[in-house]
Every structure is written in structure tokens, then in C-alpha cells.
Design a protein around this ligand. Structure first.
Ligand code: PEP
Ligand code: MG
Length: 819
């Protein structure tokens, strides 16, 4: 039964949901429906149904209807505050009721006196239903037709495509099926479309804008998926999503062999390595939440605020694996089904934290019911966001990370990504978890931090007490507790060998990087906070190629003074101990608001008043920054560069302000350079190099602007690859421009941290690569194995290719052959 007619559950005045004087309902945050201003005191069932839940405060009820719709009837507004006074229930949770059966009675006068209003919203709280209003702006009696609720079944594959509906079938080519990251990309891709888009497979359907609902379908490699849509742009939505899935989303291939997939019957390697350490059990306790809420409006607002806070925190993740995972986590915070599930509970008087947890647990149960090990791994992501949102709602400080002794082997049932990030990886010898899977996000993080990890080791590991000696051979997914003396001695010798090799690596990082044939390449570090400097120097940084000065300007009420800035720049220069320091002037815009710089919200902040544009609009701010740099950093160490430059006119305007700062401070003039991070600057590099003292590529922005792909958008994340030949040609143009005027040119975008890309950047003729500090020892080691002529030949060949994938394949092969 897909369509159901509901009769009025109260006698009263029927009104449109938009007219309810409460934005939570009027803006359909709880769902679509209607409202009645009642004149009688008994709420009756509007159709045959099952009672899902009566609010403990008896002011609201949810009913499950025969077509699956979940109907919320909320008697009055803000009536949760009455704590049940004036309400009497006639049914209990789980009761099966017939149309017209009494559900709740209320003392009309008593409730009317004490509540904001008696207006009673009646809404469909779950997704996938269309509501047609049958009576509006008129009086209705009990049993009069009120609304019709239609289940939105997916359009059949054979159905003719009409103006506003479309469907098509695709076979899933992704090796691991539709797991969290592809699901997040699909949801993100649909954002510009208005159409209602649903997926159907395995006799189930799901909202294609809901990551968790998609996971609940358990879509695996080779499954046939029916995509259907309704709405004005249905056809565009279907073809876009179908093309995205059929592209393989960067994960096309055969499913992994069953042995590689963790099951509860066998441990699996999540991150390679070998370690000996001392066990420490790690228990994740649920954060406490009260069940009862403090009013629908307040709790709904608390949830929204907490979701926004968690989203903002996730947006801070910069680059690499952490940023990719953060995008998938952001999608969970935007998931419409999860949010609707929580809001429906809030409407029943539950607290925001309780509602969010209950909605999350529902979704986890759906995912677990698929029985798919890979999907079940994603439940950890949902639990992680559950904890973060509940912590944000409570406003309590995040639970302190456990203090780790040196060489700790952490034993846990499972570990959430944010929990891993709160631990000190330097003290973690290894991790062993009872559950989890080798492709979980925490496994990716452990691998990138070099911490060996075994997952799916089974519940017995939870019985291992603290303080035991454990050998963890994560490569072989094996471990031993309290081994005999001989085995332990052997294991310790193996760990010692690895440590010595690593130490040799770090020691070598301190010497200059030269290719095998002796060509010098400077290796600098990108820094975003002063504290990173020591780590960068210890890792072999020969200078700082990019100081992102934004850290001084964000999260505060006033701009930093000249003296405050100068002191911080001086501190970093001191820590660099005479090594060059390239300071970039402020690079913020409409996407990173600061209270003391009123910036209108922009539709396209990446194309808006950011970087040098913002500084030129506020010359006093720019001059103060120039003065602080000149005063704080010793001459000879100091170089200054300008972000987001487009052409020589912009540079000239900034230089005029710089010249004034030099004259006013009496400081020695430090070189002034430009970042090449717009295609315009790359193409005009020769005209810029004629005026600027040096150039530095910002490959992150150069890539996003060249490929028209937002670097912060999950839907385009896979396209962001600086090895795309279009980007390489822009880099080649920039190098040619710098050479024409004998200028130094470096690179400080994320690309320079990747040894594969470094070979091509060196081949293209860059003088310097500025990388993230942790990447430096490996980068230097890789450069020592390269030959400059091979790098030049590789770069020349790459410029003639057509796609990033071709360039990657070529570079990987060239490096393999050279090894
Ligand atoms: C870049 O765009 O490559 C760059 C280094 O600047 P940011 O990442 O800070 O925008
Ligand atoms: Mg940039």
C-alpha cells in the first residue's frame, strides 16, 4: 500500500504547515504535513496504525502507518514544558490502533492557559513520502479527510522518461562497493540538484542524499542499482550520479580477495610494522546524555549548533588522509536521514544528545544488518561523529586523551578516528583491536602515522590485562603476549634494527638533498604554527618555504598588533637558527570569517576577495604585517611572498605599500616574491618575474583553479591531482618565466611532499621544494635516488600526456625502473 488517506484526528481548524508559528515546524525541519488548531480534547488515530512512541511527557505521539510512513502528531507548541500536566494517554508504545481510536486526551483549558499554542502539527517524519493536503484553512470534524501520504516508490526502469522523472540502472564497478567515502561523494554531487533521488537495490530503497541510508543498502561490487529521481532536474541528477558511479570513482576494480577482508574469525593487518611494547587496555565509555529535553526549540537549536561546530572543526583538517576522512565525516553531519531521525525524537521531548545518539544507533543497526564486513567498518565513523556531536551539545571539554607510557600497545574493542588523532603516535608501539577492519579510517590514519595495527583480533584480546609484554607482528597479523625470553630477545633485536635504520634516515635528513648525480635541490618545510618549527628542523628542513601566517589572525576578536606579530615571527626565525624563512602575507577570505574584518558572505569564496585582494583592500593591515615581518626576522633570513597574485599590476600595488614599510622601519629590504597559484600568474610568470624577486608555486590552488575543481568539495576531491598535465604545463610556463629573468622558483603546495611528484617537479626545473615536516626525511631519501637527466626526460614525457592517471603510471614506472 503506497498511498494512504488520513482523516482529521481532532475537530478544529485545519491550516497549512507553513502557517504554524514555530520555525521548527513551519520550515519543515520535522517533515512535511499539516496542522490543526483543535476545539475538542481527544486526539484520535487518523488511520489504522501502530504506535511507535508516546512521549514520556504525553504531549506527542509517533505512529507507523501501513505504507511505512512515520507520522508525528505534536499536540500544541512548546508543550513539552508542561511535563505531562493536562494530558492523559489511552494507548502504550507498540499498540495497534484503528482509525478513530482515542490516543491522548487533554484538558483543553489547562493546556491552553499554560502552553504557547494548541496548534498541533501533524507531519511525516521519515523520508520518501509526498504529502497532499486535502483540507486547509477550514474547519474539520473528526474523520474528515485531511491529508494523503504517498510513498515515493522508485520509478521502474522501463518507465518512460518524462519531464520530471527519470531512472536508470548501473552496475557498481567500485571494488569495495558503495562505502562511506563514495556515498559521501554521491550525496555531495547531488547538492546542486533539487530532484528527489532514490536508490533501489536488494528490495530496499534509500535516499541518495543520505550517506547512511545508502550504506544500509549494502551495495557491493557487481550489484545492479536502480537510480530514480523526481523533480524538475530529475534527468540531470540521474545522469550525473550514474556517470559518477560508472566512472568507478577512482576505486574501480575487482573486489579484494576474501582473505584480505577482516572477519570476526581472523585478525587482519590494518597498518604494517613490527613492535614490542607494554599493553594498555583502552575502553571507550559512552558520553552520558539525559533523555528528557528542555523544549523542542532549544533542543533543535542545540543540535544545529553542535552539528555546525563539529562540521567547522572537521573543515580544519588540511591535506592528506586526514582531510579525506574529514570530508566523509562532514557528510555524516549533513546527512538528512540522520538529522530527520534526531529531530523527530526531539519533537517527542527528547534531548538533542539523546535524539542524535538514538538516530545514529538506528542507522548503525541498519548497516550491521547488511552483514557486509566492509560496510560494518563504517559504523565506527558514525560512532565517532555521534561522540563528537554529543560532546559539542554538552559543551563539556573533550575527554582528555589517555597518557601513554613509551612503547604502548593499545588494546581496544575498536578505536575511532578522532580518538586515534588524540593519541601521541610517538608513544604508540602498536594497536590491536577486537573488531574493526583493515580499510577503516582509523587504519588509514595508523598507516600514515607509521603505527602498526592489527584489527579483528576477536574479543579474547579484551581480556589482556594492562602492563603485559606484547610482540605485535602486524605484517603477519600475529601477536604474542608474555613471550618466552628467547622469542622476546629476537623481537627486540628486530625492533632495534628497524629503529637504527630509521635513525640513520633521520640523521641523513640533516644533510643537503642532492640527486645521485649531485644536483642540489633545497628542501624546506611548510609551517602553520611556531611549534612545528623544531620538528621541521629535526626532520631536515633547510628553511621554511611557506609560513602560513593565518594562525595569527583567526579565532580572535581583534587583529594582532605589529609588536605581537613581530615577536612571533622572531620566535620562528630563532627556531630556524639562521635558515631562510619565507613568510606569506595573510591569505584569508569569505570562507574564513574573522570578526574584525567584516567580509560579506560570498557565493564563490575561492573566486572572491581573498588573499592579496583582501590585503590590498585594507592597506593598513598589509603594511602592519610587512613592518612586523621586517622588524621580527633578521635580514638575510627574511623573504616575503604574496598569495593569490593574478598579474603585475597587483604586485606593483603591494610593492608600493612594501616600499613604504621598508622606508618607515629603516629595515634592510628583504626579497619580495609572488606565489604562482592562479593560472593567470603561471601564464604571466615572465612579466611577474621581471618585477618580483622570486616565485613560489602554490600547487593546491593552482590545481583547483586549473581543473575548476573545488579543493574542499568531496564531489571533486578525486579530481584534485597536481600531476594533471594541464597543471604541469602551467608549472612549466612558470619555470620558463622565472628563468627568463634569472629568478629563483620553488614550490610550496602539497604536491612537493609526494616523492613521485617531486621527481617531476625537479625535472621541470624547480630550485626548491617545500614539504610538510613529517614528509621531509623520506623526500630527501627519494631525491638521493634520482638522476636529474631521468627527471627531465620524465617531466618532458609527462607534459605530452593527456590525464593525471597517465602521468602517475609513467612516473611510477620510471621510478621503479630507476630503483
Ligand atoms: C597552495 O595553494 O598550494 C598553497 C601553498 O597555499 P594554501 O594551501 O595555503 O592555499
Ligand atoms: Mg594557496
Amino acid at each position: 500500500m503506497t498511498s494512504l488517506r488520513l482523516s482529521a484526528p481532532f475537530a478544529g481548524w485545519a491550516m497549512a504547515i507553513d502557517a504554524v508559528p514555530d520555525p521548527v515546524f513551519a520550515e519543515r525541519m520535522m517533515g512535511d504535513g499539516i496542522a490543526i488548531d483543535p476545539v475538542d480534547g481527544t486526539l484520535r488515530a487518523p488511520c489504522d496504525a501502530t504506535v511507535l512512541m508516546i512521549a514520556p511527557t504525553r504531549h506527542a505521539v509517533t505512529l507507523k502507518l501501513a505504507n511505512g510512513a512515520e507520522l508525528l502528531i505534536h499536540i500544541g507548541l512548546e508543550t513539552v514544558a508542561l511535563a505531562g500536566d493536562g494530558f492523559t494517554t489511552h494507548v502504550a508504545d507498540g499498540a495497534v490502533v484503528k482509525a478513530g481510536d482515542p490516543l491522548i486526551s487533554l484538558d483543553l483549558d489547562r493546556v491552553a492557559e499554560r502552553a504557547r499554542s494548541l496548534i498541533t502539527p501533524i507531519v511525516v517524519a521519515n523520508d520518501g513520502y509526498a504529502v497532499s493536503v486535502l483540507a486547509r484553512d477550514k474547519a474539520v470534524g473528526i474523520g474528515d479527510p485531511l491529508i494523503e501520504i504517498q510513498a515515493l516508490a522508485p520509478v521502474a526502469a522501463a518507465a518512460p522518461v518524462s519531464e520530471d522523472s527519470a531512472s536508470c540502472e548501473v552496475v557498481i564497478p567500485l571494488a569495495n562497493g558503495i562505502h562511506a567515502r563514495p556515498a559521501a561523494r554521491i550525496a555531495a554531487t547531488l547538492k546542486p540538484f533539487a530532484a528527489e533521488v532514490r536508490f533501489a537495490a536488494h528490495d530496499k530503497t534509500a535516499n541518495a542524499r543520505s550517506t547512511v541510508a545508502m550504506l544500509g543498502l549494502g551495495l557491493r561490487h557487481g550489484d545492479t542499482l536502480l537510480i530514480s529521481a523526481r523533480g524538475e532536474d530529475a534527468r540531470g541528477a540521474v545522469t550525473t550520479v550514474a556517470a559518477l558511479i560508472e566512472s568507478g570513482m577512482g576505486e574501480a576494480g575487482e573486489p579484494p580477495a576474501p582473505a584480505a577482508i577482516a572477519t570476526t574469525t581472523g585478525a587482519a593487518t590494518a597498518a604494517p610494522g613490527f613492535a614490542v611494547g607494554t599493553t594498555m587496555p583502552f575502553v571507550i565509555a559512552d558520553l552520558a546524555v539525559a533523555e528528557a529535553g528542555g523544549g523542542v526549540m532549544a533542543e533543535a537549536a542545540a543540535l544545529d549548533t553542535a552539528l555546525a561546530a563539529v562540521r567547522a572543526k572537521l573543515a580544519e583538517a588540511e591535506t592528506g588522509k586526514g582531510a579525506e576522512i574529514a570530508l566523509a565525516h562532514q557528510a555524516i553531519t549533513e546527512d538528512p536521514d540522520l538529522i530527520a531521525g534526531a529531530r523527530a525524537r526531539i519533537a517527542l521531548g527528547k534531548s538533542a544528545g539523546f535524539a542524535w545518539r538514538a538516530a545514529t544507533r538506528d542507522q548503525i543497526a541498519t548497516i550491521e544488518a547488511t552483514g557486509d564486513a566492509l560496510l560494518i567498518e563504517r559504523a565506527a565513523d558514525l560512532k565517532d561523529i555521534e561522540r563528537q556531536v554529543i560532546a559539542a551539545i554538552s559543551g563539556a571539554p573533550a575527554p582528555a586523551a589517555p597518557e601513554l607510557a613509551d612503547a604502548t600497545v593499545l588494546i581496544a574493542d575498536e578505536l575511532l578516528p578522532s580518538q586515534f588523532l588524540s593519541l601521541d603516535p610517538a608513544r604508540l608501539a602498536a594497536i590491536v583491536t577486537a573488531r574493526g577492519g583493515p580499510t577503516s579510517h582509523v587504519a588509514i590514519l595508523a598507516a600514515s602515522a607509521g603505527v602498526p595495527m592489527i584489527v579483528a583480533a576477536g574479543p579474547d584480546v579484551l581480556a589482556i590485562a594492562a602492563g603485559r609484554t606484547m610482540i605485535v607482528d602486524a605484517d603477519a597479523a600475529r601477536f604474542a603476549v608474555d613471550p618466552d625470553a628467547g622469542t622476546l630477545a629476537q623481537a627486540r633485536a628486530r625492533v632495534e634494527q628497524a629503529r637504527a635504520a630509521h635513525a640513520a634516515h633521520i640523521a641523513a635528513a640533516g644533510t643537503d638533498a642532492r640527486t645521485a648525480d649531485g644536483t642540489r635541490v633545497e628542501i624546506f618545510a611548510n609551517l602553520a604554527i611556531p611549534e612545528e618549527t623544531d620538528r621541521a628542523v629535526a626532520a631536515g628542513a633547510e628553511g621554511c618555504g611557506l609560513l602560513r601566517t593565518e594562525f595569527l589572525f583567526l579565532d580572535r576578536a581583534d587583529p594582532p598588533s605589529e609588536d605581537e606579530q613581530a615577536a612571533v615571527y622572531a620566535d620562528i626565525a630563532r627556531r630556524l637558527d639562521g635558515r631562510p624563512l619565507i613568510l606569506r602575507t595573510l591569505d584569508i577570505g569569505g570562507d574564513k570569517p574573522v570578526p574584525y574584518l567584516p567580509m560579506p558572505a560570498e557565493e564563490n569564496p575561492a573566486l572572491g576577495a581573498r588573499g592579496i585582494r583582501l590585503s590590498l583592500a585594507r592597506p593598513a593591515l598589509l603594511k602592519t604585517q610587512f613592518r612586523a615581518m621586517l622588524k621580527g626576522v633578521p635580514a638575510g633570513q627574511c623573504r616575503i611572498m604574496l598569495p593569490m597574485i593574478v598579474d603585475a599590476a597587483e604586485f606593483a600595488r603591494a610593492r608600493t605599500i612594501y616600499d613604504e614599510a621598508v622606508a618607515e622601519t629603516g629595515a634592510q629590504r628583504a626579497p619580495l616574491g609572488v606565489m604562482i597559484e592562479t593560472p593567470a600568474a603561471a601564464m604571466l610568470a615572465d612579466t611577474l618575474a621581471a618585477q618580483a624577486d622570486f616565485l613560489s608555486l602554490g600547487t593546491n590552488d593552482l590545481t583547483q583553479y586549473a581543473l575548476a575543481a573545488d579543493r574542499g568539495n568531496a564531489a571533486t576531491a578525486a579530481m584534485i591531482d597536481g600531476l594533471h598535465p594541464a597543471v604541469l604545463r602551467l608549472i612549466a610556463a612558470a619555470v620558463a618565466g622565472a628563468r627568463r629573468h634569472g629568478r629563483w622558483i620553488g614550490s610550496c603546495g602539497g604536491m612537493a611532499s609526494e616523492p613521485l611528484a617531486a621527481a617531476i617537479l625537479i625535472g621541470l626545473g624547480l630550485d626548491e621544494l617545500s614539504a610538510t615536516p613529517a614528509a621531509i626525511p623520506a623526500l630527501k631519501a627519494a631525491i638521493r635516488r634520482l638522476d636529474i637527466d631521468h627527471c627531465r626526460a620524465l617531466a618532458a614525457q609527462a607534459l605530452d600526456l593527456g590525464t593525471a592517471a597517465e602521468v602517475r603510471a609513467l612516473a611510477a614506472q620510471a621510478i621503479r625502473e630507476a630503483a
